[in-house]
Design a protein around this ligand. Structure first.
Ligand SMILES: Cc1cc2nc3c(=O)[nH]c(=O)nc-3n(C[C@H](O)[C@H](O)[C@H](O)COP(=O)(O)OP(=O)(O)OC[C@H]3O[C@@H](n4cnc5c(N)ncnc54)[C@H](O)[C@@H]3O)c2cc1C
Length: 395
């Protein structure tokens, strides 16, 4: 019986284990955490967005410069295949109003529990928790640390699935990259992706806002507009609408030190409609009251307007409401990011994600040098890459 060593028990590693066992392989899975799928569980906290139901041609565009590679992997293991896998595990999924796909109860725990149960029920599955990968040499000898002792293992077939470098506490710390570099594997540096940004607010503003959401806004950057929401924080701004621009904002800040994000607080109204509604308000009442009554500008949005435009008045308000320019001066730390760019370059890999320099060794999931927005594209990419490596092993 063929044996495969898998290092990393996030969704990518666990899915490859599941498929390999199904195909009659023996699987030894190692992870340095005390439990499996910790980041997957965290992803379920705000509603686990498994994948997206838009047309595949639109879907694969989200992988940017890696579109063609992902197109072939996602056509092979599609969003519907991912939904069928959940059904196989006894968890139904649904398509939300935004076409995003979620498990019925929005959480990751049920999927993960059933998934691990299936793996453990298989006599060909061995799990080794608390084993930290520290090295691989060019003879494919792998060193792991278990309870401060070195453990050496070797196998003809290895799948690496150790994730990216954000949310360290979930196990993905990116330390694997040092050993890969030593044996000449080319990596792109890790950078935060789908991340928050820094803005130095006035002490008054920080005290007033804490963490406050801005809903039903439009976020504009570099000719691209996204309807969504954002979260104002004491450090700056984050949230879904910001993440959607994060790649371009991050790159601009890295190049010039600053990027200007523009927010339209009332995307459903034109400037002249706003003007018209404000003109019907009693001029004697405060500006915040006029804006609230005329167009529903809430307290937080008004505080933001005053913070950015201290001289806002009844006349210029319509223009400013539609163009709140927030100058961002930094990227929030990588550990807070939803995902990371960087990792093993595709030029190091065959079409089956096998390392050209280490035959029999495959790299999947967020270890790969790709970036995708939130919306289910990250998890789908991880699952599809796992399916591709398994196909390589089956071949
Ligand atoms: C807050 C948050 C919300 C998210 N929400 C979504 C969402 O809704 N939809 C979506 O598509 N994506 C989401 N993501 C991203 C998604 O969770 C990740 O892209 C996905 O988990 C990556 O899977 P992976 O298997 O490649 O790596 P990981 O899930 O990071 O798993 C890697 C595993 O490898 C282990 N490991 C790491 N280093 C070593 C080592 N040296 N030795 C041994 N083991 C090691 C880790 O302990 C871990 O178990 C979210 C992420 C975060 C942080």
């Amino acid at each position: 019986m063929k044996k495969v060593i898998i290092i990393g028990g996030g969704p990518a590693g666990l899915y490859s284990a599941y498929k390999l066992l199904y195909n009659g392989f023996k699987v030894d899975l190692y992870d340095h955490s005390s439990g499996l799928g910790k980041k997957f569980l965290v992803a379920g906290n705000g509603g686990l967005n498994l994948t997206h139901s838009e047309d595949i041609e639109e879907f694969v565009k989200k992988y940017g410069e890696n579109e063609s590679f992902f197109a072939s992997m996602i056509n092979e293991f599609t969003p519907n295949d991912l939904r069928s896998f959940c059904t196989e595990l006894g968890v139904e999924t649904f398509v939300g109003s935004s076409k995003r796909v979620f498990p019925k109860n929005l959480k990751a725990a049920e999927i993960l529990l059933n998934w691990i149960k299936r793996l453990k029920e298989n006599e060909n599955f061995s799990l080794h928790l608390n084993h930290k990968f520290t090295n691989i040499n060019s003879n494919k000898e792998i060193t792991l640390i278990h309870l401060e002792n070195k453990v050496k293992i070797q196998g003809d077939n290895v799948i690496f699935a150790m994730g990216g470098a954000s949310w360290k506490k979930t196990g993905s710390d990116g330390t694997w990259s040092e050993s890969f570099k030593k044996i000449g594997i080319e990596l792109s540096p890790f950078l935060p992706m789908n991340c928050g940004f820094e803005k130095s607010w006035s002490p008054f503003f920080i005290e007033k806002i804490g963490y406050s959401p801005l809903k039903n806004i439009e976020l504009k950057y570099n000719g691209k507009s996204i309807r969504g929401e954002a979260m104002l924080t004491p450090f700056g701004i984050e949230g879904g609408g910001v993440y959607a621009h994060s790649l371009a904002l991050r790159n601009e800040i890295m190049k010039t030190g600053v990027a200007i994000l523009c927010i339209d607080l009332k995307p459903s109204l034109t400037e002249s409609e706003i003007q018209n509604k404000i003109s019907q308000q009693n001029q004697k009442s405060s500006l915040s009251n006029q804006l609230r009554k005329a167009i529903g500008i809430e307290k937080i949005a008004f505080l933001l307007l005053k913070e950015i435009y201290p001289h806002i008045n009844r006349e210029n308000a319509p223009r400013l409401i539609k163009n709140v320019e927030i100058s961002l001066s930094g990227v929030r730390p990588i550990d807070e990011a939803i995902s990371t760019s960087g990792g093993v370059k595709f030029t190091e890999l065959t079409e089956f994600l096998e390392l050209k320099k280490l035959k029999g060794c495959y790299v999947i999931g967020e270890m790969l040098d790709f970036e995708a927005p939130t919306g289910g594209y990250l998890l789908q990419g991880c699952f599809s890459s796992a399916a591709r490596a398994v196909r390589g092993l089956l071949n």
